[in-house]
Design a protein around this ligand. Structure first.
Ligand SMILES: Nc1ncnc2c1ncn2[C@@H]1O[C@H](COP(=O)(O)OP(=O)(O)O)[C@@H](O)[C@H]1O
Ligand SMILES: [Mg+2]
Length: 369
């Protein structure tokens, strides 16, 4: 019997997911727990959280040792609690006796450098770190329209576009499903605005690509890859996310809609379909390999792929804590595998870990005989 722990700052956010996984856990001889990193007693290392009771199909308060297998589903905002939680997670991940099913990814700038130096570089959007206003405005001068993204952002939060038409610089942001566009009265004010956002967060800048459909709605392909019970990467599903006409974002949290991948595929030139599918296949096989050559192992990734009007593909973002909504909504048959995958992969890792430890102990005791 193994114990499995979902770690999250607010279990309510993914209550349905955690519960669906937990309902399937007895089949794998696994007990499920969920807790926040801030609820680990620093002295006893006992956790105050919840245990899933399969007989009653519900979570109940419980105190327990740190589970054998850990699944990090923490999403950090900027408040103090998150900073504290982040520090605790760092400590947990550095403990060699604990087993995480995935180790997370570094920020977008770090990831960009890795991908830009790999054989997937043709799919990577030119990216610069935002250092100061002069450099950013000169990038804008060359590109005419650029996107600024927080280096450690997600869900489209904090993203803004800058556009230069004639001598006018405008900023476009999407907030609560509204597209807000305003022009800076002067270059000095634009400079001040860049300096101001730059002091709050680190940003990167990219050319703003025309990744839109015929109705001028931004869209992208979201692909969810996970490891199976043998530790092999498999695709769980892919779907299309579509934002608003003349908008910037295709994030679901920014209000985008989902659509099955094949619907979109049927809308493009049939002669180009095979080539496109092969290219996507190449991306989804290469990407996890490149990432795991550089960073610690992962259990899952969500890849955002932008499609330009000439059907060229662009890797926009790689998420190590992906959502499941696109796949659940567009590939209903994938549902069961989504709920069993963390248990199957987690159990495989735990068995491997145990065997590794046993063989280490055996070698060690033989050596000492
Ligand atoms: N270079 C770009 N050009 C045009 N649109 C982009 C570009 N980069 C991102 N986007 C749009 O913004 C969305 C969010 O960007 P992304 O890099 O995925 O950040 P986040 O981590 O906030 O999701 C993308 O899904 C896409 O719709
Ligand atoms: Mg994204």
């Amino acid at each position: 019997m193994y114990t499995f722990g979902f770690i999250s700052l607010n279990p309510k956010i993914e209550n349905n997911y955690f519960t669906e996984v937990a309902k399937r856990s007895p089949h794998y001889d696994i007990e499920c727990y969920r807790f926040s990193p801030t609820n680990i007693n620093p002295v006893t290392h006992l956790v105050t959280g919840e245990k899933f009771y399969p007989d009653h199909q519900e979570w109940r308060s419980h105190e327990f040792p740190i589970p054998d297998i850990l699944y990090d589903r923490c999403f950090y905002a900027d408040h103090a609690l998150a900073k504290n939680a982040l520090a605790i997670m760092k400590w947990l991940k550095n403990r060699r006796d604990l087993l995480f099913i995935g180790h997370g990814l570094p920020n977008k700038w770090n990831l960009y450098q890795t991908l830009a130096n790999s054989n997937l570089s043709p799919y990577v959007v030119k990216t610069i770190p935002v250092k100061d206003a002069i450099q950013t405005l000169s990038f804008l001068e060359n590109e005419k329209k650029i996107i600024l993204k927080p280096v450690s952002g997600s869900g489209g939060m904090g993203i803004a576009c800058l556009e230069k038409e004639n001598e006018t610089i405008s900023v476009i942001v999407e907030k609560q499903q509204q597209i807000l566009r305003s022009s800076f009265p002067s270059i000095t004010i634009a400079q001040k605005w860049i300096e101001k956002i730059r002091t709050k967060k680190e940003y990167l800048a990219q050319p703003f690509l025309q990744l839109v459909d015929q109705a001028k709605r931004p869209f992208d392909i979201r692909i969810l890859l996970q490891k199976d019970g043998n530790g092999q990467w498999v695709e769980r599903g892919r779907g299309i996310r579509t934002g608003q006409t003349n908008g910037v974002l295709s994030n679901l949290s920014a209000g985008a809609d989902t659509e099955p991948f094949h619907n979109w595929l049927n809308s493009i030139d049939p002669k180009k379909i095979d080539f496109l599918k092969k290219e996507i296949e190449e991306l989804t096989t290469q990407l996890p390999k490149i990432i795991e050559q550089t960073y610690p192992p992962l259990f899952e990734i969500g890849i955002d792929i932008g499609v330009a009007q000439d059907l060229s593909l662009w890797i926009l973002d790689v998420n190590s804590k992906p959502g499941r909504k696109v796949v659940l909504e567009t590939v209903p048959l994938a549902q069961e595998s989504l709920y069993t995958a963390p248990l199957e992969y987690g159990r495989m890792l735990a068995l491997q870990h145990e065997q590794g430890r046993k063989s280490y102990e055996k070698t060690f005791s033989n050596r000492n005989q």
